[in-house]
Design a protein around this ligand. Structure first.
Ligand code: ZN
Length: 466
């Protein structure tokens, strides 16, 4: 029995690990490699295994860096089942189709640019299409948390709650027979303590092998004042002076976490009479998926739900899908809250809302997530003035605010806490899904805590699971 690391090895995207046994082989995740054009091109390389020989894929969660190469895998001949929890399947329906559309748009844009330069563009192809995504979705099989399922001839798997995003699982695997039997635990991505909607990751005792994420393996979240209070202060200030609050946000996860906190402020009467527009078809669809799966909510969210307060439903909430309705938001006079992707202001409807509000001294632009270098979000956050949006320059007169700590990833203390909760790892720990510094730093910490060897695999490296 052996494991090969075909992605998210010393980097954070492209999660893809292959486990080979005497009974056949399967993948844990098959994610897109992201982070700039060079990395993106790596998605076009052939898989380092025969896709048609795989018996199954066991998917940890719906994020594109974990699921985004599945359409390519199917295109390359994989015909087996893709196991995922029910909310993950529903989110993948939205996110994989969207990813296909983005690939097609990117290709069209590239063709236009090359043709403008008088160059040959006949070779340009989308990485995959929306139709490819739908074909992959046909192979999905939904499963429940906390129930054991079988991969034909290989062994069994069980999902435990990872708390990272809706549907995200920690995967427990029992593979091999008799003396060869091994218990392998794959963390997927681990969530945080104290999120409003989802609970903390569940623990699974004493695996033989652990494959663990290390995104924030060297980072401690700052202790901030209660995020709901911070949010309240900013919202109240802006609404009192009659302005709009524009919150650029990822459509899945982050948007719902912010909505749940606004829900608390509205339901307790601290904010009232203000419209809250969630402007994005994808965020709207994701919100509906969240509303349908209270079984994975945190204890607090379940308690409130039991008392009659659905965490993503409150007076004033308006889920906007059509372009028409989206444009009407800009004609709305008076205070309002607008939550809209993309989270880093690189595309999407939020750019229209920024155009209409960034030069208004009564308005606030509120950042709730990481802003990567060279993105419009980063420029605004760093105080650049004026800024260019849709090829026009705008003076920045609005207030710029930041509420941190909405990350869906466990920080160092939470990673260590979860590791300790396993009560030891029998044979070996592999750290994946972290930049080299973060993974190596966490490896040093784990070596001090556990008895087993802790390694940070290189891309393409294979280890025996003896
Ligand atoms: Zn993730």
């Amino acid at each position: 029995m052996q494991i090969s690391f075909n992605g998210a090895a010393r980097e954070v995207t492209g999660s893809c690990h292959q486990i080979q046994t005497d009974g056949g082989s399967f993948l844990l995740d098959c994610g897109l490699i992201q982070g700039g054009p060079e990395r993106h091109e790596r998605n076009r390389l052939p898989f380092p295994f025969q896709p048609e020989d795989l018996k199954a894929v066991v998917l940890s969660h719906a994020h594109i860096d974990h699921a985004g190469r599945l359409p390519l895998l199917v295109k390359a001949g994989f015909r087996g089942p893709i196991f995922a929890t029910e909310p993950t399947v529903e989110l993948c329906r939205i996110m994989l189709a969207d990813s296909g559309r983005i690939q097609e748009e990117d290709a069209r844009w590239k063709i236009k640019r090359l043709e403008k330069q008088g160059k040959d563009a006949s070779w340009v192809r989308p990485l995959y299409t929306e139709d490819d995504a739908f074909r992959a979705l046909d192979q999905f099989q939904d499963v429940e948390f906390h129930r054991e399922y079988e991969v034909d001839g290989i062994g069994t798997f069980t999902y435990h709650l990872a708390g990272h995003i809706l549907g995200a699982g920690v995967v427990e695997l029992n593979v091999g027979q008799g003396a060869e039997a091994r218990r392998i635990l794959f963390s997927g991505d681990l969530g945080v303590e104290g999120a409003r909607l989802l609970g903390p990751p569940e623990s699974v005792r004493e695996p033989d092998y652990l494959i663990m994420e290390s995104t924030y393996g060297n980072r401690q979240r700052e202790e901030v004042e209660d995020r709901t209070e911070q949010l309240f202060r900013i919202l109240e200030g802006t609404l009192d002076r009659g302005g709009k609050v524009v919150i650029p946000s990822f459509a899945v996860g982050r948007a719902q976490e912010v909505m749940a906190r606004i829900n608390d402020l509205v339901e307790t009467g601290r904010l009232s009479g203000v419209p809250v527009f969630v402007d994005s078809p994808m965020a709207t669809a994701a919100t509906r998926v969240f509303a349908m799966h209270p079984e994975v909510y945190s204890e607090e969210a379940q308690r409130l739900l039991g008392a009659g307060d659905a965490p993503l439903e409150f007076p004033g909430l308006r889920l906007v899908t059509s372009v028409q309705e989206s444009m009407e938001i800009n004609r709305w006079k008076g205070p309002a809250i607008i939550i809209s992707p993309s989270g880093m202001c690189t595309a999407g409807r939020v750019k229209h809302h920024l155009r209409h509000n960034i030069s208004d001294p009564k308005a606030t632009i509120l950042f709730v997530g990481y802003q990567a270098r060279n993105t419009l979000g980063r420029l605004i956050k760093e105080g650049k003035d004026p800024v260019r949006i849709h090829s026009r320059w705008y003076d920045v007169e609005a207030e710029i605010e930041v509420v941190d700590g909405f990350s869906a990833h466990a920080d160092l203390d939470e990673l260590l806490g979860w590791y300790d909760s396993l009560g030891g790892v029998g044979k070996q720990t592999f750290l994946v899904h972290g930049e080299e510094d973060a993974a190596e730093s966490l490896a040093r910490d784990l070596r001090r805590r556990g008895d087993e060897p802790v390694v940070v695999p290189e891309l393409g490296e294979t280890f025996p699971l003896g």
